[in-house]
Ligand binder design. Structure first.
Ligand SMILES: [Zn+2]
Length: 274
């Protein structure tokens, strides 16, 4: 059995222009926008109990978020406010399932935005911690200072993986974790260059963990681009791929990190015995 635990790792309060692109270019920064444009969305992480390994996807916020934080983490850009109530830090969520970070075989970051990489210090005892080489490259770049926070991975043995040309996904690139097709990280760029959507396949179908490729079903149904993109054309192609998958009868669920309609729960899928 493959078990996908949908974990709650806090909330994020963002301008509506962040999840959903709007004509107002200032929406992204939050400047000159009133509170009524803000929406409060969940921040999810996912623990997957797979017969071949215990995998964590994303880590939510840094625990410093609990104290307060907006200024500390976001400087002068009121782009997103984080909130991490007691019990919701990634290590606390793991503990509630009976796991210690050292039990985790590998952490994979869908991308390195601070609401996904923020909890890295809390799980640094995991056996391996990975992000795509494209994402690690961008996270060093000064022009993306407003979204990546290097304290998140300071002193962390972060390893790079590279997408391989496979013909899978919107750009034909993916990374197969177990080399058997059961857990494939599909490159879905647009919101960031190194972003992936994880496709976890069992006997009866597959579940997609899409990170911020889309924010909610409307994103892929209507091709609503994320407000924050590094490549709008790529973002659209990635959403078209999700849309195509969403209509496939074998697609059990598409889980977006900030989709308010998806509650914490466990999805069980029968392993595909080959
Ligand atoms: Zn996010």
């Amino acid at each position: 059995m493959i078990k996908i635990h949908i974990l709650q790792t806090g909330m994020v309060s963002v301008d509506i222009g962040v999840p959903l692109a709007q004509p107002n270019p200032l929406a992204k920064t939050g400047w000159f926008r009133s509170e009524k444009h803000r929406v409060r969305l969940p921040v999810r992480a996912y623990l997957i109990e797979h017969p071949k390994g215990l995998i964590l996807i994303d880590t939510g916020w840094d625990i410093a978020q609990r104290a307060h934080s907006v200024k500390k983490h976001f400087g002068f850009l009121p782009i997103s406010y984080g909130d991490l109530p007691a019990g919701m830090a990634i290590n606390e969520q793991l503990a509630s399932l009976g796991y210690h970070p050292s039990d985790i075989d590998a952490v994979f970051l869908t991308h390195m935005d601070m609401d996904h990489a923020g909890g890295l210090q809390l799980v640094k005892e995991a056996k391996h911690i990975y992000a795509s080489d494209l994402e690690i490259r961008d996270a060093q770049k000064i022009q993306y200072f407003y979204r990546y926070h290097k304290e998140n991975w300071q002193n962390i043995p972060l390893q790079a993986f590279s997408f391989e040309s496979s013909g899978i996904g919107p750009v034909g690139c993916s990374y197969d974790i177990f080399h058997d097709g059961s857990f494939v990280l599909v490159s879905t760029p647009g919101h960031s260059h190194g972003l992936f959507s994880a496709v976890i396949t069992g006997a009866e179908g597959y579940v997609i963990i899409c990170g911020d490729t889309g924010y909610m079903p409307k994103s892929w149904e209507e091709l609503w681009l994320p407000g924050l993109t590094v490549d709008r054309k790529a973002a659209k192609r990635s959403l078209q791929w999700l849309q195509h998958k969403s209509k496939d009868e074998h697609c059990i669920a598409i889980l977006a990190t900030h989709d308010p309609a998806v509650q914490p729960k466990v999805i069980d899928i029968q392993e595909d015995i080959k």
